[in-house]
Design a protein around this ligand. Structure first.
Ligand SMILES: NC(=O)C1=CN([C@@H]2O[C@H](COP(=O)(O)OP(=O)(O)OC[C@H]3O[C@@H](n4cnc5c(N)ncnc54)[C@H](O)[C@@H]3O)[C@@H](O)[C@H]2O)C=CC1
Ligand SMILES: N[C@@H](CC=O)C(=O)O
Ligand code: NA
Length: 439
């Protein structure tokens, strides 16, 4: 049997501790499948005395992750600390510069520095593997980077944040508050160290930027993503969506359009009968539409210690099985220098259906005025209805809900701006985009 693969792990939180436990519990199975043992020879974490329920007595302890990456006698550096810059960036860079393979679950890091790191990995003949960084345990990186080579991809989209999907599901099905659902997602180990990254949509944007690069062969363009999180979604929206035959999901969508590539992250209404609408809790789903394969839909655990560690372990096993000196798959599917410039399609030219909820003063002519502003902007309505608990009370604002046929984002913004100018609107309108999967 070949020499053991020596790994050093930086970060022993939810994912790191799960990984150590699994590697230790499955030593024999891993040695047989990989053809060599996998040994954890070094670890770096902040608190040496914390009980993580794993045996770390045989691993060298480093207080500094960068020191581990730059000095330890290891074959693979596993980065599980998190953060786009700081020690995560410095340690990964340092390991790659030494020609040491890297496995990371850190999408924030890759979204910010992925191309730079991929370039170093190529130069130094090292692998940069990151399956866990997008949609947790779902093998979407492998699918795009390897299995779908040769396909021309037109759209990739999905539910990529377990925390948000868990919150939206629990709010709808258990009637719990947003705050309580978020606390539970944190307790279960799904949320980021700063959960604002989850609920504001940044985490989905990080993941989407990686998928866009893999799908379209373009440089990562994380700053060009239209971004809306779920903090603005109320239980009233969830119920109104259900009444209309939709469910609300936080989707990341990247698609080729005539003017460029559209990247957007926002709460989205999806038809109740679609597969994606039925994806609940921490489960993620990623759909890839391409010319040769057609539509591929992958559904599975998107966050949590075990699901994530499973993907990290798969990446480590790939390295254990790789032949020394063999040509490696480039981190983003093609050499970093061959990635194309990203051409952004502007959000104003996005075309799709819209759900619009307006609170209005109960005045004569309001209904007609709203319909007129929609018509002026060439927006064709699928439905318009009034919702109110207070039909008999003229002093109470009324809720009007519109669902449009496919139209342009610019038209919707224009119509809403005109409606705002009429003086009968109460508060801000709620606008939720509708996504209809290919029939
Ligand atoms: N928890 C999940 O479900 C998933 C997490 N990820 C990613 O995996 C990575 C780790 O996530 P979790 O384990 O959930 O986070 P965590 O917060 O539970 O663990 C991170 C650990 O790294 C340690 N750490 C931070 N800075 C350090 C430093 N400079 N030196 C040594 N240790 C340091 C922290 O003390 C903490 O124990 C993150 O990049 C996260 O985005 C990816 C997919 C799913
Ligand atoms: N916080 C993330 C963890 C996995 O990437 C999520 O909730 O999906
Ligand atoms: Na994955």
């Amino acid at each position: 049997m070949a020499d053991a693969l020596k790994i050093g792990i930086a970060g022993l939180g939810t994912v790191g501790a799960s990984l150590v436990r699994i590697v230790q519990e499955r030593q024999e199975m891993l040695a047989t499948t990989c053809g060599r043992a996998i040994e954890i020879v070094a670890v770096a974490a902040r608190d040496r005395n914390r009980d993580r329920g794993v045996d770390l007595s045989k691993a060298a302890w480093y207080d500094n992750a960068v020191a581990l990456a730059s000095e330890a006698d290891i074959d693979v550096f596993v980065e599980l600390m998190g953060g786009a810059g700081g020690p995560a960036h410095a340690s990964v860079k340092s390991a790659l510069n030494r020609g040491i393979h890297v496995v990371t679950a850190n999408k924030a890091l890759l979204s910010a520095h992925g191309i730079e790191l991929a370039g170093i990995a190529e130069e130094r003949g090292a692998l940069l593997n990151y399956e866990a960084a997008v949609a947790g345990g779902i093998p979407v990186i492998k699918a795009l980077r390897e299995s779908m080579t040769g396909n021309s991809i037109s759209r990739v989209y999905g539910i990529m944040n377990g925390t948000c999907n868990y919150i939206l599901t629990q709010m709808e099905k258990e009637g719990l508050s947003f705050e309580d659902c978020l606390k539970e997602a944190q307790r279960l180990g799904y949320a980021e160290a700063d959960p604002a990254f989850d609920i504001e949509g940044n985490d989905t944007a990080h993941k989407l930027s990686i998928l866009t690069s893999l799908a379209f062969g373009t440089a990562i363009a994380a700053d060009d993503i239209y971004l809306e999180g779920i903090t603005n979604i109320s239980i009233e929206d969830i119920h109104a969506a259900a009444d209309l035959g939709y469910r609300i999901k936080l989707l990341g969508v990247a698609q080729r359009t005539e003017s460029g590539i559209e990247q957007r992250v926002h709460p989205t209404m999806v038809p109740y009968e679609s597969v994606i609408a039925q994806v609940d809790g921490v489960t993620n789903a990623v759909a890839i539409e391409s010319d040769i394969l057609g539509e591929l839909l992958m559904v599975g655990p998107g966050a949590g210690g075990n699901a994530t560690a499973s993907a990290v372990l798969g990446d480590i096993a790939d390295i254990a099985k790789s032949r020394p000196g063999a040509q490696h798959v480039p981190a983003f599917g093609r050499p970093a220098a061959a990635l194309l410039p990203y051409k952004r399609a502007r959000m104003r030219s996005h075309e799709g259906g819209y759900f619009i909820r307006l609170k209005v003063l109960d005045r004569t002519g309001v209904f007609a005025s709203i319909a007129a502003h929609m018509a002026e902007n060439d927006i064709s309505l699928e439905s318009i209805m009034q919702h109110s608990k207070h039909y008999m009370d003229a002093a109470e604002p009324k809720t009007i809900i519109l669902v449009t046929h496919a139209t342009f984002e610019a038209s919707v913004r224009e119509a809403i701006s005109s409606i705002k100018g009429e003086g009968y609107l109460v508060g801000e309108p709620q606008v939720i985009r509708i996504e209809r999967p290919k029939p």
